[in-house]
Design a protein around this ligand. Structure first.
Ligand code: PEP
Length: 271
């Protein structure tokens, strides 16, 4: 089986006002980053900048949306459908980011009837989004991860397995799915998971996929890590055998994102 290609995603979240977009893209375009085939780089600006970033960005980097609606567009004010992203030739979408799971609509809506009415478990809602986005031809970065309380209660593996199971119940072809393990307590807090903590979960996820999906999916799927990754901690994390890249928030707005991209060379040199 071909080695898993290192992946670095930059989640700009709700940032990019004024000249920011041009400045960030200029840094990326000028960077001497390792080229394909050693790393895939995807940046995820807010929806309104997707087209602009896509137009300005170097051709070896791609863009992702930060979310999309759970099914075909209709009377859902403020939402963006998977079809629209496909029309704009946006290849990737991040789904189930913890900020959406915890703060926004991804935990409150269900699919009953024409309009969402019933409150259902957010795992199902995110899994439905993943399945729908895939059905439209998007590639999905599906985010999973435990809260601090869940980690302290010793239920990390249980939580991420349940999140992955919800997706597995809706998805049969995993070719275009990537899992982003993002320990919620590490996102935007400056508290990064130790390489051993990250590896333990990535390894556990691969074992879960091996048993519950297929050995081939367990071997081929990329599992990336997110949570306060920066230019200083990325190399040690990248060296973990089951860690296939990063989803980066805060540092993706800064020049150090380029250093994170370059951490891919840790893998190539150990291959
Ligand atoms: C994220 O938003 O996915 C993330 C990991 O953020 P940060 O890198 O800022 O912790």
């Amino acid at each position: 089986m071909a080695p898993r290609k290192f992946f670095v995603g930059g989640n700009w979240k709700c940032n990019g006002a004024g000249d920011d977009v041009k400045k960030i893209v200029t840094v990326l375009n000028d960077a001497e980053a390792p080229r394909a085939p050693s790393v895939k780089v995807v940046v995820s600006p807010p929806f309104v900048f997707l087209q602009q970033v896509k137009g300005l960005l170097r051709p070896d980097f791609a863009v992702a949306a930060q979310n999309c609606w759970v099914r075909k567009g209709d009377a859902f004010t403020g939402e963006i459908s998977a079809e629209m992203l496909v029309n704009l030739q946006v290849p990737w979408v991040i789904l189930g980011h913890s900020e959406r799971r915890a703060l926004l609509s991804d935990q409150m809506i269900s699919l009953s009837g024409k309009f969402p009415r019933k409150i259902v478990h957010n795992l199902t809602f995110v899994a439905d989004k993943v399945a729908y986005a895939l059905s439209q031809g998007l590639k999905v970065i599906a985010c999973i991860g435990e809260t601090l309380e869940q980690r302290e209660a010793g239920t990390t593996m249980e939580v991420v397995a349940a999140q992955t199971k919800a997706i597995a119940e809706k998805v049969s072809d995993w070719t275009n799915v990537m899992l982003a393990y993002e320990s919620v307590w590490a996102i935007g807090t400056g508290k990064v998971a130790s390489p051993a903590q990250a590896e333990e979960v990535h390894d556990g996820l691969r074992k879960w996929l091996n048993t519950n999906v297929t050995p081939a999916v367990a071997e081929s799927i990329r599992i990336i890590y997110g949570g306060s990754v920066n230019g200083a901690n990325c190399k040690e994390l990248a060296a973990q055998p089951d860690l296939d890249g990063f989803l980066v928030g805060g540092a993706s707005l800064k020049p150090e994102f380029v250093d994170i991209v370059k951490s891919a060379t840790v893998k190539s040199s150990s291959a």
